[in-house]
Design a protein around this ligand. Structure first.
Ligand code: SF4
Length: 285
């Protein structure tokens, strides 16, 4: 497979065959995100993508899982997505699912009929960065999406049969906005009811550019924020993960059954965390 720049994928896609069908992110404004800064967004020519599909089908004919990169591939037109999915289904007889990153607006730009058609072609998990349920905070970090819009998008996608894997970002409200971020995020997630939920922690790496006055949360603060979010959650049927390398401790549990056990584990961990700094940071950042 031919990749340009750094390739990003969710942890769960480690075993997927990954095709880069576009370069960068069509929005690229989020202050907390350094993933595609400096990458000029452009679509990869369809003929080149299809040629790569064909080469991969020769080498890996048993492929069952595919991930389409880069950022917000759902923003591609319905026709372009449909033709890529048809080609993948034709070339890989054992194909089970195709997953990609999506945003609220890119989901909402597709009609219910279009969503159902893409789902039938085995488009399966949509990874969506909600980041926060706090509308003011989303404006401050230049997310370019409203929490209400992302909520509607996930509800519509899940009704069409997609799995939505929703990511929230601990620490983006800083010290001052932490409580508001936690409460609004829990409330929004309760309306949204995502099937899969992940928590990542914001880390101030080169390429991020947080809003004026932003003060990084300590490791203790980030975990306290997560506890507050978990305490506010009333999810009916979700798998929760905090296994990204930015998290101080890898966590996984099912809601509603394991919510209290997750909270108890984090409460036990709290006294051992760094109260003044970010704690031990992942080597990869
Ligand atoms: S968070 Fe997502 S939408 Fe925002 S700049 Fe990064 S990749 Fe693009």
């Amino acid at each position: 497979m031919q990749y340009t720049d750094r390739l990003f994928r969710p942890p769960a896609e480690a075993r997927s065959l990954i095709f880069q069908v576009a370069y960068g992110c069509p929005h690229n404004t989020c202050r907390f995100c350094a993933m595609y800064k400096g990458v000029l967004y452009k679509l990869r020519p369809q003929v080149e993508v299809f040629a790569e599909f064909a080469r991969a089908a020769q080498r890996y004919p048993q492929t069952r899982r595919v991930f389409l990169a880069d950022g917000d591939v759902m923003a591609l037109s319905f026709e372009r997505l449909r033709s890529m999915l048809e080609e993948l289904n034709r070339l890989f007889p054992r194909l089970a699912r195709v997953n990609l990153y999506a945003n609220g607006r890119s989901i909402l730009s597709k009609s219910d009929l279009e969503l159902s058609a893409l789902r039938r072609l085995k488009l399966s998990t949509l990874y969506l960065g909600l980041e926060s349920g706090d509308e003011e905070l989303l404006l401050k970090v230049d997310k370019g999406e409203s929490a209400a819009g992302m909520c509607l998008a996930v509800q519509r996608a899940q009704r069409a049969g997609f799995k939505c894997s929703v990511m929230i970002l601990l620490g983006i409200g800083g010290c001052e906005g932490s409580a508001c971020h936690a409460d609004a995020t829990a409330a929004l997630l309760n309306r949204m009811q995502p099937r899969l939920l992940s928590a990542l922690r914001f880390i101030d790496v080169p390429g991020t550019d947080m809003y004026p006055g932003y003060q990084t949360l300590s490791e203790f603060g980030a975990v306290s924020e997560l506890i507050r979010i978990l305490q506010g959650l009333e999810l009916e049927k979700s798998v929760f993960r905090a296994n990204h390398s930015s998290n101080p401790v890898p966590l996984e549990g099912r809601f509603p059954r394991e919510r209290d056990a997750l909270i108890a584990l984090l409460l036990e961990l709290l006294p051992r965390l760094d109260q003044h700094g970010p704690g031990r940071l992942p080597m990869s950042l």
